[in-house]
Design a protein around this ligand. Structure first.
Ligand code: ADP
Ligand code: MG
Length: 323
């Protein structure tokens, strides 16, 4: 049971960055408008994610850490219309199986908040705690009880860089959420959460990128594309800055990348690539996110309609700006 649990946990949690990604997605799912992520020692030693979302009611706290406990999918039908980031109910169970976790949470209806600790899958007691509405999860000593896994962790610096990248993607995909990221005590990222993609882009990708950004807003057949793409003159030597999101979830999609690049046809030199921060809003039935535990890859019900959305959306934006 213990070994099976650790294997299952390992599928979801590969490194500190995957822990941060899951905790941030939970915060967003909980309706948070402010999310703070703090790490120390690359996230291996310490991760803390604080949100001002709904919080977890005392009677639901222990359940939230059970595998396949999710409050987000109630029946099979729900699975075909997933709007939330999480739905497998695996993240908290997995993190708690391999790390030391402390939870502090309160819902708006509760007078007292709840403190709960669970370490290596061993639950502790629930107790009263004073705290604002929302949730704070502290994760310490990642993989402390799975030395084989710990061996595969890279140096603090590179694990920390992966965490930073995860927070940046979350910030780009959720411009309506104010993100703050602290690394070893220093503030590394802060977004205003004003709902403007361009604000998030400026904070995450820098001023030069945002000043060379072309706005995109396109709708076709019930699908929407919005965000920014780079001016052709601002092309890069790699595809590293092609950021696509489906319903705010960061994805890697060959279809989207190909459509983006096709829309720049004949405007770029060989070996140069456009960059983007584009969110596709699609009905949940149009996309199957249930492909991989880390959920970065997606499958589309209709690849052509997705390609067309991105292609025509970008082409229209470039044309309107005479680029
Ligand atoms: P999932 O997100 O797939 O439902 P998780 O293991 O990530 O599974 O979380 C389990 C449950 O715990 C969620 O369904 C949710 O009810 C609750 N939960 C987790 N994190 C938060 C949070 N930050 N705020 C409110 N509820 C949370
Ligand atoms: Mg989740």
């Amino acid at each position: 049971k213990q070994v099976a649990e650790l294997i299952a946990a390992g599928e979801v949690v590969e490194r500190p960055a995957s822990i941060v990604k899951e905790l941030v997605e939970n915060a967003v799912d909980a309706g948070a408008t402010k999310v703070t992520v703090e790490i120390q020692g690359g996230g291996i030693r310490y991760i803390r994610v604080t949100d001002n979302g709904t919080g977890i009611a005392r009677e639901d706290v222990e359940n939230a850490f059970l595998r396949h406990a999710t409050s987000k999918v109630k029946n099979e039908e729900d699975l075909t219309r997933i709007m939330t980031m999480g739905f497998r109910g695996e993240a908290l169970a997995s993190i708690a199986a391999m790390c030391r976790v402390e939870l502090l949470t309160r819902t708006a209806e509760e007078i007292a908040g709840t403190r709960y600790a669970i370490s290596g899958g061993e639950p502790g007691e629930l107790s009263d705690a004073g705290c604002p509405t929302g949730t704070t999860i502290t994760v310490r000593d990642v993989f402390f009880n799975t030395p084989a896994r710990m061996k595969f962790l890279k140096k603090d610096v590179s694990e920390g860089n992966s965490v930073a990248a995860a927070v940046e993607k979350a910030a780009l995909g959720n411009p309506g959420v104010a993100f703050k990221f602290l690394r070893d005590g220093g503030v590394r990222l802060q977004t205003p959460g004003d709902g403007q993609v361009l604000s998030a882009v400026r904070c995450v990708l820098g001023r030069e990128f945002s000043e060379n950004a072309v706005p995109v807003r396109y709708e076709a057949n019930g699908l929407t594309l919005d965000g920014v793409i780079s001016r052709p003159s601002f092309a890069r030597g790699s595809r590293g800055l092609q950021n696509f999101f489906i319903n705010t979830r960061f994805v890697r999609s060959k279809t989207c990348m190909a459509a983006l690049e096709e829309s720049y046809r004949n405007t770029l030199m060989v070996g140069r690539y456009p960059s983007c921060v584009l969110n596709l809003t699609v009905p949940p039935q149009a996309v199957d996110v249930n492909v991989h535990p880390a959920k970065i890859e997606v499958r589309f019900a209709n690849e052509k309609s997705i390609f067309d959305l991105v292609y025509y959306g970008c082409k229209t934006a470039l044309g309107a700006n005479r680029l």
